[in-house]
Write a protein that binds this ligand. Structure first.
Ligand code: RUB
Length: 326
């Protein structure tokens, strides 16, 4: 068997399929699942030589990498775990992969907790936040504010086409937060009742642009016009190293069926019909830094224009090819 035919464990295939179908979704959750899948591949590998083991791990990395293009947490997770693979025997390689996956997952949890503490300090008792999509980093700020004894209310945008806002609403209700759920088109009307727009990020570019769920940029422009501050909760795992050398972030285009899906309450059943109808379904958009007040990370909060300094500190010395490439 050549190295490029190396076997990918069924768990890796399952996780990759679940990420692609969004059964597993949200940048941090995707990263955690990818690290777990690599650990699983290592634990179940029956490779007999170190070369075969390394080839399997690279193949698993490539398989996971190909699922969703926009959230940089995914390649960042793969890099962390695969660069941790060290040793000259299969057992050493296996042990170091599993250990670096666990370390990555612990750091992810810790970073989200620390970020939440920092973000919570921006929220005052009695504040109302407006959310878009479902971000565990953003929710961590609300959770910590509640733990500090602050009362927080939320206006939750539904977030078409997948309605991840409903997940946010459910979580906030579990914490006892009063929630007003609105359709996306109603957001501007409710900005007058909002103290902070609070969103997460899939990637942050070196110029401080925020790549997040489609609709974030429009919300940010409207919020700026109304004088409502825009806070982005994003652990450093969301910083996109390639953008330091001028690369742009690929925006994922998803299936038109997500837009056309039949809806019992809708006027039209999804069959708009006819050739010549084009449906575009970009999953994310780019919010320019001038519409963002602060990026809250586990390393502190930054005006978007200065995020590049943190990126240089974190990625400055990284060189060479990707660890999943042959
Ligand atoms: C999710 C989304 C979230 C970010 C941040 O998009 O845009 O705001 O991923 O989430 P999708 P987190 O539903 O298409 O994956 O803070 O949990 O990393």
């Amino acid at each position: 068997m050549s190295h490029s035919d190396a076997e990918v464990h069924p768990t890796v295939e399952e996780v990759a399929a679940d990420i692609a179908s969004m059964e597993i979704r949200g940048a941090a959750t995707i990263a955690d699942a990818a690290a777990e899948a690599l650990a699983d591949q290592a634990e179940h590998s029956d490779a007999e030589t170190p070369e075969a083991f390394r080839a399997e791990m690279r193949a698993a990395g490539r398989h996971l990498r190909g699922t969703r293009p926009t959230a940089v947490s995914l390649p960042n997770a793969l890099r962390y775990v695969l660069r941790g693979m060290q040793g000259s025997t299969v057992e050493q390689l296996r042990g170091t992969v599993v250990e670096s996956a666990r370390e990555f997952q612990r750091e992810l949890d810790q970073a989200q907790d620390n970020l939440g503490e920092i973000g919570a300090n921006r929220l005052r008792d009695g504040d109302t936040v407006m959310t878009h999509c479902h971000s565990t980093d953003a929710l961590s700020c609300v959770e910590k504010a509640l733990e500090q004894g602050k009362e927080i209310s939320a206006i939750v945008k539904e977030t078409r086409p997948r309605k991840q806002g409903h997940i946010t609403a459910r979580q906030l209700r579990e914490w006892g937060v009063p929630v007003t759920l609105v359709v996306d088109n109603a957001a501007r009307r409710y900005l007058d009742e909002t103290d902070h727009v609070l969103v997460g990020a899939d990637s942050i570019a070196a110029d401080g642009s925020v790549i997040n769920k489609i609709g974030t940029s429009g919300l940010a422009v409207n919020a700026r016009e109304r004088g409502v501050p825009i806070m982005v909760a994003a652990q450093t795992l969301k910083l996109h190293p390639d953008t330091m050398t001028g690369h742009t972030v690929e925006i994922e285009m998803r299936d038109e069926r997500e837009v056309l899906a039949a809806d019992e309450e809708a006027e039209i059943d999804g069959d708009i019909g006819g050739d010549g109808l084009t449906v575009e379904n970009p999953a994310f958009d780019v919010t320019p830094p001038r519409y963002v007040d602060a990026i809250v990370t586990e390393r502190g909060q930054f005006p978007p224009e200065s995020i590049v300094t943190l990126m240089r500190e974190l990625f400055g010395d990284q060189q060479g090819g990707e660890p999943w490439e042959e």
